[in-house]
Design a protein around this ligand. Sequence first.
Ligand SMILES: [Zn+2]
Length: 294
Amino acid sequence: MSALKFLVPGEISREEFDAVNIEIHDVAPGVLMLVGLGGNIGVSYGEDATFMVDGQFGPLTEKIFSAIASRTRKPVQFVLNTHWHLDHVAANERLADHGVTILAHENVRVRLSVEQVLPAFGQTVPARPEKALPSVTFTKDMSLHWNGDLVEIFHAPNAHTDGDTLVHFHEGNVIHMSDTYFNGMYPLIDIDCGGSIDGMIAVAEEVLVRSNQSTKIIPGHGPLSSQSELAAYRDMLVTVRDAVTALIQDGKTLAETVAARPTASLDVDWAGGVLEPDTFVAHIYNCLTKSTGP
Ligand SMILES: [Zn+2]
């Protein structure tokens, strides 16, 4: 299923939700990755509080809570929205009904508050109701001293969107990158909402510095990952950005740039995910030629 479909939950049928099984990955002591439908969920549990990083869709909330209950009896107290895309945050209303407090970067609350028009994806996403909006917001970084860990929450400016938040579990040696990292595939960059290829490369660089060979990296989409796989992803992003930049400097139009197939040598490894190579190249081209910056 395309990730683009995930932006509008109404397009997903009851049967599709019913068919979802929540996979549980024990990433580190007290840290889980849950895979269902939509962005990968992170969970921290222990003596202080159960804390989720993203929540997927409301119709999956009971299954997600059951998965978490297999590891801890403490109910979920907080959820962090890593960015505004609904395949990560559509469950907010349902979670609020369960008394879960919603945290997010200020830009996430702003984008969820009003209709989002996305020409790059041909979609319009309606404003969310008040109950679905994050009630605790921050503008840069925040640290939680919970469950025996230092959990550092930090903003990556203008990467996948303008509100991306990453979560670094220092003791567990786990970093949740959300949609700044699509493992093994060309990523979606929401250039209509402040995303940029340079921001995507910058956050990959930052995580490579923060991590080591033992670090477990949770991507927004795709399987649990590692520093070496992230380095390969960073290299791919740099290669495509530089190839598209060279074509732009040669005066090529969008159509000519796509036709030149600048990703041809990479497609065997990176195509076949959520974006066709031509779409990915078009997004990079539009990002690099935007007259107004993000
Ligand atoms: Zn996203």
